[in-house]
Design a protein around this ligand. Structure first.
Ligand code: ARG
Length: 216
């Protein structure tokens, strides 16, 4: 295998990797905001609010990310909203991730024994206060590792935004394939970079999780 092109084209891979990480980071951030709102809506007592959140989550989880990406990328200009490609990409992936994060948060909150809420209420605390002071801090320990997992998923899924021309790792890999006429080797490099990214995050998450458990 001739890897000489790495020394020649490493900047392509480097800038692609940076864009992939940025895209994933901001998408998970956006996804977390969307997810918190959706999770609160789903936990609400009001039926229509609950229904709206459920419908959104089911739709997002039941359609391909590629279709959602195209809907946003080609749909927004139709209604007069022109976003830069990178922003449109982050927007689409955030909206997708939000649906998954909502379930992570809801699951995290519902995994807390309902005796905790009852104890808080019987001590005279309001529903809101018990949520804030008792339930959420405990749920956090379940939610945080799962959010880290979502980051890993999004790093991998972000490869799809190369189809709308965002210069992330997969896009740059294709550029190098085009310049060098090497159809295969640049893909190996991309695979290794993706793996190093996801594997180090996963190792880091493992350490963080263990130290959180130790503090229990
Ligand atoms: N590949 C999946 C799809 O096309 C995207 C899954 C996104 N997953 C996530 N946890 N955000 O539908």
């Amino acid at each position: 295998m001739d890897l000489e092109f790495i020394t020649t084209y490493y900047q392509f891979f480097l800038s692609g990797t940076i864009n992939t990480v940025l895209l994933a980071f901001f998408s998970v951030l956006g996804g977390t905001m969307v997810g918190v709102i959706l999770a609160l809506m789903k936990l609400s007592e009001k039926k229509p609010v609950k229904f709206l959140a459920s419908a959104y989550i089911e739709f997002v989880r039941g359609t391909p990310l590629l279709v959602q990406l195209f809907l946003i990328y080609y749909g927004l200009p139709h209604i007069g909203i022109d976003l830069p490609d990178m922003v449109a990409g982050i927007f689409a992936v955030s909206l997708n991730s939000g649906a998954y994060v909502a379930e992570i948060i809801r699951g995290g909150i519902q995994s807390i024994d309902k005796g905790q809420m009852e104890a808080g209420r019987s001590l005279g605390m309001s529903y809101k206060m018990t949520m804030k002071e008792v339930i959420i801090p405990q749920a956090f320990k379940n939610i945080l590792p799962a959010l880290g997992n979502e980051f890993i998923v999004i790093i991998k899924e972000s490869a799809i935004v190369s189809v709308i021309g965002i210069h992330e790792l997969m896009y740059k890999t294709d550029v190098v394939r085009g310049i060098t006429y090497k159809p295969f080797t640049p893909l190996i490099v991309a695979a290794i970079i993706y793996f190093v990214l996801t594997f180090s995050i996963s190792k880091f998450l493992g350490i963080a999780e263990r130290s959180m458990r130790a503090s229990d």
